[in-house]
Write a protein that binds this ligand. Structure first.
Ligand SMILES: Cc1cc2nc3c(=O)[nH]c(=O)nc-3n(C[C@H](O)[C@H](O)[C@H](O)COP(=O)(O)OP(=O)(O)OC[C@H]3O[C@@H](n4cnc5c(N)ncnc54)[C@H](O)[C@@H]3O)c2cc1C
Length: 451
């Protein structure tokens, strides 16, 4: 290439995830030539949308390769839906290019401000996990730079153990340079959706199971401040791509409308404000919404309409507790999780419940058959940490596990108690990176890497 753009640009700065905790100083390396810039990098980082410390460097780590300049779509076949792109391509770009051409990324997480590399490393799931599995199920191959310097094309047939460990491996098995995947054919660039209230937790779990048999995309907003007979009440949303004849007069496209300008006082997510929001949303959802055809963006990515919304949590930041609990234990465990929050005086401004289908091929990927609950939690020391301790015990006892892309507070011991796959993952990683040259604040915290 040889252009001045491909020369790595470096600077040192504070790095955090979306939850703004923890923060670590790191030497950032920006380049549109990932193959060259990854030579001695100690971690890759996309758009920093993982909540905790997965994309935060270890204290003694080397340069952090920020991939966002490597954003070329290298190959796309509109007949077969096969796509190959650099790891820094964003989901936002893919959606805007592909939806118009009758294709979609097959798995869409709750924000489009993520990169392909980040989606692979977290093996992200969407509202359609019960129908389509997680992102890794659609990845055909990866071009990757391992810690020992090799650049390899890996897949189910070439280095399958490394391939599987990389899907959901939180960037610890190598730097993903390129991703080849199969897209989903869509009937139109519009979404047909319905929503209705569910009165309590048991009804929510049943409604998700029932809707999952009819709809590819389902999820529930939960009023996490409701108690007693209303515990676990919420709103079920279900959708599918609209058929062309259903679209009719072209509905309005949604636009990004606002940006949070600065770190807000913690009052914004105080308990009374959260309670008032929950009640208002519950009341506003009283009438079931049927057969609405809409822009896919607010359906898949409602929070993206408010840029920098993480600043609402103030300077101390927030975390998200997300776990997947097997179906048979879900009702009791979710009740206990909400009880643990109340016992510690912690409240959740946003709670989302989904159902997950079969476990995928990523060695450490979180989804498994069961109910996923994701609870945003303001960071208030030491209450939030104590709440996470309690919640991890509940999750482990229920046979569930947490999602590393959201976590910042779990201990190594707690994580092992929830996920018996850790040793298989570490064995593959050691084979390719015996000295843990590629590491992060997360791998120091959970896998005992050198700080
Ligand atoms: C509002 C919101 C909603 C979300 N909803 C969902 C959801 O519905 N489902 C879901 O699964 N997740 C969800 N997430 C989490 C998000 O999808 C993941 O954290 C994703 O990995 C973030 O992508 P990123 O490009 O910002 O990666 P980063 O946050 O920058 O990095 C995440 C991990 O990927 C690794 N990584 C990044 N690029 C590379 C690369 N090129 N090579 C190797 N490793 C790499 C990093 O080292 C790190 O371990 C949500 C996040 C937000 C903020």
């Amino acid at each position: 290439m040889g252009s001045s753009q491909s020369l790595p640009r470096s600077h040192t700065t504070g790095l955090a995830g979306w939850g703004r905790y923890p923060v670590a100083r790191g030497q950032v390396r920006l380049s549109d030539d990932l193959e060259r810039a990854s030579c001695d990098a100690s971690l890759s980082r996309g758009l920093g949308r993982s909540y905790g410390d997965a994309a935060v460097p270890a204290p003694s780590g080397g340069p952090v390769l920020v991939t966002r300049l490597a954003d070329r779509i290298l190959d796309f076949c509109p007949q077969t839906g096969r796509l190959r792109a650099e790891a820094g391509v964003t989901l936002e770009r893919l959606c805007s290019v592909l939806w118009r051409q009758g294709w979609s990324p097959p798995v869409l997480p709750g924000t489009r401000f993520v990169t392909l590399g980040g989606m692979v490393a977290s093996d992200v799931h969407g509202k359609n996990h019960h129908a389509a599995g997680s992102f890794g199920a659609h990845v055909e191959s990866l071009r990757i730079r391992t810690a020992c310097g090799d650049v390899l094309e890996i897949s189910e047939t070439n280095e399958p153990a490394l391939f599987r460990a990389t899907l959901g491996g939180m960037g610890l098995t190598g730097h993903v340079l390129e991703v080849a995947l199969r897209l989903e054919r869509i009937a139109s660039a519009w979404i047909f959706s319905e929503s209705r209230r569910v009165a309590h937790l048991a009804e929510m779990i049943e409604a998700l199971a029932q809707a999952g048999r009819e709809w590819p995309y389902t999820m529930c907003w939960m009023d996490a401040s409701a108690t007693g007979a209303a515990l676990g009440r919420g709103v079920l949303m279900a959708g599918r791509w609209a058929q062309p004849h259903e679209v009719g007069a072209v509905p309005r496209r949604s636009r990004v409308t606002a940006r949070v300008p600065f770190s807000c006082p913690s009052l914004c997510v105080s308990r009374p404000v959260v309670r008032a929001f929950d009640v208002a949303y519950w009341l506003a959802s009283a009438v079931p919404r049927r057969a609405a055809v809409s822009d896919p963006s607010p359906f898949f990515h409602p929070l993206d309409a408010l840029l920098d919304w993480n600043l609402l949590y103030g300077r101390s930041g927030f975390t998200q507790y997300q776990c997947v609990i097997p179906f048979e234990a879900a009702r009791e465990a979710v009740t206990e999780l909400l009880g643990a929050l109340r016992a510690e005086g912690v409240w959740s401004p946003l709670a989302v419940v989904k159902d997950c289908g079969a476990q995928g091929r990523g060695t450490l990927s979180v989804p498994r058959p069961g109910i996923s609950i994701a609870l945003d939690l303001p960071l208030r020391w030491p209450a939030t940490e104590r709440a996470v301790r309690r919640m991890n015990r509940i999750t482990a006892q229920a046979g569930g596990r947490i999602y590393l892309a959201k976590d910042a507070l779990t201990t190594a011991q707690e994580y092992r108690a929830m996920d018996e796959r850790v040793d298989s993952f570490l064995a593959v990683r050691r084979q390719w990176d015996p000295a843990a040259r590629i590491r992060s604040a997360l791998s120091v915290r959970l896998f005992g890497d050198p700080a």
